[in-house]
Design a protein around this ligand. Structure first.
Ligand code: SF4
Ligand code: SF4
Length: 492
């Protein structure tokens, strides 16, 4: 096989320019498609040290990564409408999203948020492949732009890091490795604390940090465990999360088709690979640079693989080589599999239209659902026990009414029963109810109708508005009782 593995072993750990047996075990692999590149034949982990790369995509990714990190860091600090821009106030059972407040009773709206996110991801993946993984996923963003930056700063480039791996333990190695792990742990703790700030707000987080852990055990344990998970993930587990755990990585193979934008290798142009000047050789000089820079350790020349997170490092690496060889760029590039095979990419196709249609329907339904959100919530349930009571004078129904003020300000609500029969005696509900911010009022509503005026089951409306009549909320009640004829006979 012209472009197959260089040996029969699952992973051939040879790499250009490194022959010392001492560091043999940690060199860049020559991967093949029959094995996970980062796992050796004996099952042990091969810890990758991707080489540094420069280029237009790397620069763009760095800027977009820093922008995303800034947004993540800033959101709990930026006030919008008196609350942090994103504040998932679990204790107060309120979600504040960019000035829009959702009460606990509105959590059903999250259905639209989650399904919208899912369909957006389907749509983007079908169109642009794993652009999310390579450019915006927090795993990639924090690993590439924070943790690996620290690693490079303390331990040097990939070659120096491999040398350090293979070197015997010395005071200098302990100092470097210890310093790196300490910084990793501190960064993980900062991210975990900021994550908590999304749920408790920054001032509350600060007061928690100033107090003894015993005063907020749940939060303390959460931050402690989350810090540990982040540290484990970013210090050691790294690309394994994408390869072994992430469900989206597994899904991508069914979401994309031959017309989706992916990162690939132009096989007809590149093969047969060989040194520059070799008669009959293609454009690929088999320098292995694209493999050395790959954060998941794969060889893109072997075709699209599940491990590819679409980070574009191999594009920049190969473009750099092509520039040096004075050959056109784009041997490794963004394109569709159809285009790589010489065909023409079709951007508009059935699955794109279906995903776009589902997204549009979801957006319309979500907009309608949001328009139904009211600043108050009214719940009415029949009291437990008999559905009605018949006394010597009247038929009686009893209800439990719960009115919730979902606003962050005090509110006065006006409750009426506009279509109640004149003979209906109402106790406990109508009038003005004043509620503190986010407070609720629970009361019993007793409805009685004289036996002589009772003509069977009927419905009536409970209407709630505020004094300025900025909204209107209605619930229908069903007044039940016995068969009126039986009631008459009983009364004779
Ligand atoms: S193959 Fe290229 S795009 Fe895919 S993960 Fe490796 S370097 Fe990134
Ligand atoms: S970087 Fe380009 S030229 Fe070098 S091995 Fe990869 S595809 Fe071939």
């Amino acid at each position: 096989m012209a472009n197959g593995p260089a040996s029969n072993s699952k992973i051939d750990e040879r790499s250009a320019g490194h022959s010392s047996p001492g560091i043999r075990q940690s060199l860049s692999p020559r991967p093949n498609r029959d094995a996970v590149t980062t796992i050796r034949e004996d099952g042990s982990r091969l810890f990758l040290h991707p080489a540094d790369v420069r280029g237009r995509f790397t620069t763009a990714r760095r800027w977009s990564g820093w922008l995303l990190i800034m947004i993540y860091l800033a959101l709990p600090w930026i006030p919008v409408g008196g609350h942090p821009a994103v504040f998932l106030d679990i204790a107060g059972r309120r979600f504040h999203l960019f000035g829009f407040t959702l009460a606990f009773q509105d959590t059903w709206l999250m259905f639209f948020g989650i399904t919208g996110l899912g369909f957006s991801l389907f749509f983007i993946t079908a169109l642009l492949g794993r652009v999310w993984c390579g450019w915006a996923c927090p795993q990639t963003v924090f690993l590439e732009h924070v943790y690996r930056r620290v690693e490079r700063w303390l331990e040097g480039d990939a070659v120096a890091r491999r040398r350090l791996d293979a070197a015997p333990w010395s005071a200098a190695k302990v100092l470097r490795r210890g310093g790196k792990q300490t910084i990793f742990f501190v960064i993980s703790a900062v991210i975990a604390h900021l994550f908590l700030a999304y749920y408790v707000s920054v001032p509350e987080l600060w007061s928690m940090m100033s107090a003894a852990p015993g005063t907020h055990w749940a939060s303390f344990v959460f931050v402690f465990v989350f810090t540990g998970i982040l540290y484990f993930n970013f210090a050691w587990f790294r690309e394994q999360l994408c390869i072994v755990i992430c469900p989206y990585g597994r899904l991508q193979s069914v979401l994309i088709d031959d017309h989706s934008l992916v990162i690939g290798y132009d096989t007809p142009r590149g093969e047969p690979r060989g040194k520059a000047g070799m008669p009959g050789a293609g454009a690929c000089v088999d320098c292995n640079r694209c493999v050395q820079v790959c954060p998941t350790g794969i060889d893109i020349r072997q075709g699209l693989q599940i491990e590819c997170i679409g980070c574009s490092a191999c594009i920049d690496a190969c473009d750099e080589v092509m520039d040096k060889m004075k050959r056109p760029r784009g041997l490794v590039r963004y394109d569709s599999m159809t285009a790589f095979a010489g065909g023409r990419t079709r951007w508009v196709r059935a699955r794109i239209l279906v995903y776009a249609g589902l997204l549009a329907v979801g957006a319309i339904v979500a907009a309608w659902a949001l328009s139904t959100v009211r600043p108050a919530n009214l719940g009415i349930t029949r009291l437990t026990g008999a559905p009605y009571f018949v006394t010597a004078e009247a038929v009686r129904n009893q209800f439990l009414v719960r009115l919730v003020n979902k606003r962050d300000t005090p509110a006065r609500f006006v409750i009426t029963l506009p279509d109640a029969p004149a003979a209906l005696v109402r106790t406990g509900l109508e009038g003005t109810v004043e509620l503190a911010p986010l407070a609720e009022d629970v009361r019993t509503l007793i409805l009685q109708i004289p036996r002589a005026r009772y003509a069977g089951t009927f419905e009536l409306t409970v209407h709630v508005t505020d004094e300025a009549r900025t909204f209107s909320l209605e619930k229908t009640l069903r007044f039940v009782g016995p068969d009126p004829e039986l009631l008459k006979e009983d009364g004779k």
